[in-house]
Design a protein around this ligand. Structure first.
Ligand code: BDR
Ligand code: CA
Length: 316
């Protein structure tokens, strides 16, 4: 299977992405690194361990990462994240008990650098949280990008934003890290933006079908997605984007998104637009394209893939 490292800030949609990657037979989930984001690092690590324990995958190593944005000096105390509607900080409202498995002693940055240096096969790196871990690993050793066959990032937005009028959360939460990652020497870089994830909504009937599987992963995914549908009722009635799983679905079915090769840079200076992904869609754009940017997605295909992947657990 395709070798994958997920970098997460779990998070309800991260949880669904982790389960998808762990369950899909074509994906070999080597490890999961955690980062500060939706909730503080301690909680993203704990939530990640709970999810892997719950679905019977306690052997997937979890490495805790960077607890704050890389330009901490610019943002004393970090940013305020207010995402409690979508994400439960402690997992208590979720059908998942505390983990039995501990996080690994090796931190995320060391794990990423060591694993990418040592690998003889290419690894697909999938960050679906703020890019603090990936940028720090690149600062330690920029050549590790060469071991990655594809970097698949959930982040940014062209016409759709969420955390501010200008910005998407993952990029806004560490904009300097995003620019490091966008300019690093990766073979192929794919950016799954909010424009795409908001086209791939997951409706209540998919939750019902996941729940009906009666498996740990199915019932947990149903609960996570139902929680998201509740939180998104002002945006989409009876359905919600499950941003991060679009990235893991793309790994097994590239047609789930449509991409354009475009220049992307992140605003870091202006208070009004900090964290904005400036995506140049003009045909005469002068800058070199640096990312395959997804601005659209196939909702039907995503929902089909979700159900088929989670149903495999029931069959096995
Ligand atoms: C992204 O931010 C987080 O809230 C989600 O987990 C997702 O990765 C969406 O903007
Ligand atoms: Ca996330």
């Amino acid at each position: 299977g395709r070798k994958v490292i997920l970098d997460v800030d779990t998070g309800t949609d991260d949880a669904v992405a982790i389960m998808f990657a762990a369950l899909h037979p074509e994906l070999d989930l080597l490890g999961v690194t955690t980062v500060n984001g939706n909730v503080p690092l301690e909680n993203t690590t704990d939530n990640t361990l709970r999810v892997l324990d719950w679905i019977g995958c306690p052997d997937v190593p979890v490495h805790p990462g960077v607890p704050h944005p890389i330009a901490l000096f610019g943002f004393p105390g970090g940013r305020h994240f207010d995402t409690d509607d979508e994400h439960d900080p402690h997992g208590t409202a979720l059908p998942i008990p505390a983990p039995r498995t501990a996080a690994r002693d090796t931190g995320a940055v060391e794990y990423l650098v060591e694993t990418l240096r040592a690998t003889t096969e290419p690894i697909t790196l999938v960050p679906v949280g703020p890019l603090s871990n990936i940028a720090t690993a690149l600062a330690v050793d920029p050549t590790v990008a060469g071991a990655v066959d594809e970097l698949v990032v959930m982040g940014g937005g062209h016409t759709v934003t969420n955390v501010t009028a200008s910005a998407e959360f993952n990029i806004w939460a560490d904009p300097e890290a995003a620019n490091v990652v966008l300019s690093a020497d990766f073979t192929r870089r794919t950016l799954v933006t909010l424009d795409a994830t908001h086209r791939a909504l997951v409706p209540q009937r998919t939750c019902d079908a996941l729940d009906a599987l009666g498996t740990p992963a199915g019932t947990a995914a149903a609960r996570f997605i139902a929680r998201r549908i509740g939180a998104y009722e002002q945006t989409a009635v009876g359905a919600a984007p499950v941003h991060d799983v679009v990235c893991t679905a793309y790994l097994v079915a590239p047609e789930v998104i449509s991409t354009q090769h475009l220049p992307v840079v992140v605003e870091t200076a202006s208070p009004l637009t900090v964290g904005r992904t400036v995506i140049d869609t003009r045909p005469h754009a002068k800058a070199e394209p640096n990312a395959h940017v997804a601005l659209d997605a196939d909702a039907q295909l995503l929902n089909d893939l979700l159900l088929a992947t989670f149903a495999r657990e029931a069959a096995s």
